[in-house]
Design a binder for this molecule. Sequence first.
Ligand code: 3VV
Length: 208
Amino acid sequence: MTETARPSQLTAVPNNEGVDAAVAAARRVVGALLHTGDRSPVEMAAVAAQLDAVAQHLERHAPTREERLVDMWGGEGVTRHDPVTGPENAVAPPLHLDGREDGSVEGRVTLGLPYQGPPGCVHGGISALMLDHTLGVANHWAGDSGMTGTLTLRYHRPTPLFEELVVTARQVSVDGRKIRTTGEITAAGEVCVSADGIFVNKHLPRPR
Ligand SMILES: CCCCCCCC/C=C\CCCCCCCC(=O)SCCNC(=O)CCNC(=O)[C@H](O)C(C)(C)COP(=O)(O)OP(=O)(O)OC[C@H]1O[C@@H](n2cnc3c(N)ncnc32)[C@H](O)[C@@H]1OP(=O)(O)O
């Protein structure tokens, strides 16, 4: 058998239509607003009015929050709305994750200005968010999963914006309800952040 692992998609594939397309446009707006700022000839009051009109239109036609929560947690929809990979979530970078035959998961992402912490670098909380989620998905891929109990991070070097990051995670052990999972973010082959997590096998009921 060769070394080549057959990747398996662990994140919802964007539809490029419907809400996914609107969310992709919204992400672009968030990036463009931050990039443009107030030192430009753009009439921001007009931009604000346009965006408010869009928000009002959406809110008028939205189901109740309870209905939407049931919808979100139905079927295989669980990866469509999370804040890391979800194509329906404008806050998500989004990171795309694949499962590997060796039991690990891997994703690639390039982050822009909305995720900045130190100058030109990724905010540490964003790195923590991506690692928490990726470790959680690695647990699903391995077969035993749970909620994050303790997540320990080591920030080895600043994580660059505008460069491809590789986020990886793997389940290390299962001891009763306690699951140990590790992961890291690398840039150009160098480890920027490493994570060591204890997850506890517990799942909250899905809204019905
Ligand atoms: C295209 C389709 C693809 C399909 C495939 C899709 C796959 C992917 C799908 C979906 C991926 C989703 C990925 C999500 C990832 C993100 C995860 C989160 O963000 S979770 C939110 C943050 N975490 C919380 O809010 C927890 C809050 N805390 C609690 O609820 C409890 O404290 C909990 C559950 C952590 C523990 O409570 P107890 O009562 O169940 O635990 P006790 O019975 O006391 O302890 C059991 C054992 O665990 C240890 N333990 C308990 N708490 C611990 C802790 N906080 N840290 C470490 N160990 C702990 C204890 O020492 C004990 O160990 P001893 O058996 O004695 O050895």
